[in-house]
Design a protein around this ligand. Sequence first.
Ligand SMILES: [Zn+2]
Length: 415
Amino acid sequence: MPESRAGPVIFAAGILMPVSSPPLQDGAVLVRAGRIAAVGDLADVGRENPDVEVRFFPNYTMIPGAVNAHAHLGFRRKDAPEGGTFSGWLGRLIERLPEKEAWTAQAARDCAREAIEAGTTYMAESSPYGECLPQLADSGMAGTVYAEFFAHEIGTPEEAVEFIVAKARELGEDLPERVDARVSVHSPYTVDPESSRLAARRTREMGWTLAIHLSESPEEVEFVRDGTGGLADIFGTNEWGGAGISPVRYAQGIELLAPETIAAHLATGVSEDDIEVLAQTGVAVAHCPRSNDFLGCGVSPVPAMIASGIRVGMGTDGLWSSPSMNLFEETLFAVKLHGMSGAAGLELATLGGARSLGIEAETGTLDVGKWADLALVETSPEDGDTALGVLEAAAGGGVAATVVGGNVIYNRLGR
Ligand SMILES: [Zn+2]
């Protein structure tokens, strides 16, 4: 369990990277009641708050915690199905759902721990009917669990949406302050258009965000356009397959695209027209490049989406399609894939995720008024440190402490 939120404290480091402003040498944040009350030079913050305990880490860099915009906690690394094709992988995953029940909870605990030890402070997790909520809530991270529903298992579209909204409300009772439960429309090939439309309308009316998977694989593009291919083989020729349009256009037609929606992947078959639709509807994107690579899903046109003003965050996806729950490692992969700067990568992993989830007023940078969500990364100021160096260190196991809302939830420094 996390250390309880005590009185005010000053966290300081050799380098402070607020992300919203240039790095500071010997920078400090004053934390009161879990939130950042001041940011600046350690000398100034210390002088103005002489009675507050100072925890200074001269050989570390302090950055905002990672905001994981799309993850699944309930998988384990050791027995992932083979990658290669998306429909082949999904078919094997579905076959193994019954055996998976026995270990999903333990996997979720382990994955949450792995994410925390890699500096994650906020996670948007999607799991069937919200099954991984208890483990996220116990972990000490802040986050949202999106309860995925599969309408055909429940009844009519109205009954299915009523059920999942009630489920999310029930899951949302008695949770820690910064953990909540919402709804996910799993994908265009698993949820029928009417249930999708109703779920989007209902959740939007309540001011809830909504998670979806969209335009992830070549098979999804084929299914939506032609009603054929690997996904049609698994799910049957559903009446809504073969719409003759792209998954993005299809999702727009059933009202899934809006500023409240976080669409994961957008990896395959995203055209310039699709990017325009995404930008106009204001939908946010969670980029999961390592999962896309593993499942033969191509490369998401992230630079073009960012240039169009689309909010993009990073997601690890789950351990059956991705090698780790380390969002900084995921981001370093994206930086190399798209030729981005380290600063752009660090922003994607933190503020970008917060923006995509609509929580940028609460977290994502080290600024006064936000929650004290931060990570300490083992780097040496003498190294002529850059954002890329910090990202590489955080990707490679260099996170030494993780703080969520002022609570130290991971600390291998022993002080
Ligand atoms: Zn996913």
